[in-house]
Design a protein around this ligand. Structure first.
Ligand code: GTP
Ligand code: MG
Length: 138
């Protein structure tokens, strides 16, 4: 059984889509084993997205991610990392498959409603960035 990190982005919380997004994840067989709603600072967004530092979209991304509340979550399930990314769909909603979170809800490549870890190493790092061990209840 695998764990991954998931985040519902400010564009989605602003439109009251948290429940609809969680339902899609649960319908795919993923279980929410930790969850909290936070409003991250710009400094936290810059640290969380440090891997993208230097990319042309870094400033816009960190500004957007700190512009409103997000829901950070830990998801558990068989192949959770890949499954979460399948349910999210392609980064750019224009390329996202029918039925995916980004196809249904994303506004643009930047305001694309959800984040999900892309590999076991980043999943472990991102979970540890937002959650202590006692906050995760499987
Ligand atoms: P995440 O799950 O959020 O990591 O998405 P991803 O793995 O599909 O995309 P990636 O890690 O390449 O980029 C991280 C985030 O940066 C994306 O989710 C987008 O919101 C944003 N991003 C990526 N490319 C662009 C871009 O060209 N323009 C803008 N404005 N944002 C981008
Ligand atoms: Mg990514």
């Amino acid at each position: 059984i695998e764990r991954t990190f998931s985040m519902i982005k400010p564009d989605a919380t602003a439109r009251n889509l948290t429940g609809k997004i969680v339902a899609k994840l649960e319908d795919a067989g993923l279980r929410v084993v930790a969850s909290k709603r936070i409003h991250m600072s710009l400094a936290q967004a810059e640290a969380f997205y440090a891997v993208h530092k230097g990319r042309p979209f870094y400033e816009e991304l960190t500004k957007q991610m700190s512009a409103g509340p997000v829901v950070v979550q830990v998801l558990e399930g068989e192949n959770a990392i890949l499954k979460n990314r399948e349910v999210m769909g392609a980064t750019n909603p224009a390329n996202a498959a029918e039925g995916t979170i980004r196809k249904e809800f994303a506004l643009s490549i930047g305001e694309n409603s959800a984040h999900g870890s892309d590999a076991p190493e980043t999943a472990a790092e991102e979970i540890a960035f937002w959650f202590s061990k006692t906050e995760i209840v499987g």
